[in-house]
Design a protein around this ligand. Structure first.
Ligand code: DAH
Length: 337
């Protein structure tokens, strides 16, 4: 039996070493270790082995089985490794790969998101309104009379039914006050439209962000504090501001905000960045008559409002010389943000 086992070992190891592929290895396994395999058959004969031979033969049987199992595993691994090597033949894995191109948010969207985050921290909620508006929401309610130049057919896109593309996001102030009573503290980003000749600083469709705060005792100090905090978050804490008296029909007093910031490069120039003011009581009165109540009692409530152009702000912050870059979808431009 010893001899038979030794012979089986030699034969099996030779067969495994010569197995050319995985199928051949599997066949060898069945032939020697399978249910009817040669080694299985031998081990069944163990019961006829004499008592004194049993330990020796048993140990030999085990050795042979272990050796055959190990050889099978080894051969299989070697075959797999050479299959891998064949698959990579001619491929230089040390060459750099092709990077996939990641998209990103548009620079105006990035700025808008940042602005929303800053105002959120001061308790402002997001408000929205339609792009196609009534003349009342865009002009009348905002104390802008019929003969105001902004209402000229040459300056505004009118629909055949008399509605128009909103010329500013101030319409959302009106929409919000129509539907909710004070106190109100909202910001409203959105598109605005004007019949402007498109050039380096004008687009027929652009983006604004509006703000409105109405409550008891709101003052110009609150307006200045809020806008200064906001613009310092954007431009850095060393930014300087100037609130220059101006005129808007819907605020009294009204201001334009100018900024000087070292972060902008041209640090000794004042740049106009926003319009703002204290809500004109006439605006509250038109809201009241629309609502049919006195929710916005001008004797009780005051408020401030502001609006700025996101495109213009993005241009200033990034040093972009031409507003049209933001709409051309040129990857060479957008990839810089
Ligand atoms: N609506 C103005 C514009 O488009 C900007 C503006 C100025 C908005 C003053 C306001 C404000 O809310 O108070 O030029």
């Amino acid at each position: 039996m010893d001899q038979q086992l030794e012979q089986l070992r030699t034969e099996a190891l030779a067969a495994i070493a010569g197995a050319a592929d995985e199928t051949a290895v599997e066949q060898a396994r069945i032939k020697y270790l399978g249910q009817a395999g040669a080694l299985t058959v031998v081990s069944k004969g163990m019961k006829d082995v004499s008592k004194e031979d049993k330990p020796r033969i048993g140990k030999l049987l085990n050795d042979v089985r272990t050796a055959v199992t190990a050889a099978l595993d080894e051969r299989k691994a070697a075959l797999l490794a050479s299959a891998d090597a064949a698959a990579f033949a001619g491929v230089d894995v040390t060459l750099p790969g092709t990077a996939s191109r990641l998209g990103s948010l548009h620079p105006i969207t990035q700025l808008q998101d940042r602005a929303i985050q800053i105002f959120r921290r001061m308790g402002f909620a997001l408000a929205d309104g339609p792009d196609i508006e009534t003349e009342w929401h865009c002009f009348d309610a905002l104390n802008t009379p019929k003969d105001h130049p902004a209402r000229n057919e040459q300056d505004t896109f009118y629909m055949p039914d008399g509605r128009l593309l909103r010329t500013h996001t101030s319409t959302i102030q009106i929409r919000t006050m129509e539907s909710s009573a004070p106190p109100i503290r909202i910001i409203a980003p959105g598109a605005a439209y004007r019949r402007d000749e498109v050039d380096a600083t004008h687009l027929a469709q652009f983006n604004q962000m509006e703000g409105l705060y109405v409550a008891e005792g709101v003052s110009v100090a609150d307006l200045k504090g809020t806008l200064e905090f906001f613009f310092r978050e954007l431009f850095g804490s060393d930014a300087q501001f100037r609130f220059r008296p101006h005129f808007f029909p819907f605020t009294e007093p009204s201001f334009e905000v100018d900024i000087k910031a070292t972060a902008l490069g041209a640090a000794d120039k004042w740049l106009e960045i926003a319009g703002c003011g204290m809500v004109d009581p006439a605006v509250f009165e038109s809201i009241n008559s629309k609502r049919g109540d006195t929710a916005y009692d001008p004797e009780k409530y005051t408020g401030f409002a502001f609006g700025f152009g996101l495109d213009r702000l993005a241009m200033i912050m990034s040093g972009t010389p031409d507003i049209r870059y933001f709409t051309q979808n040129d990857q060479r431009f957008l990839a810089q943000f």
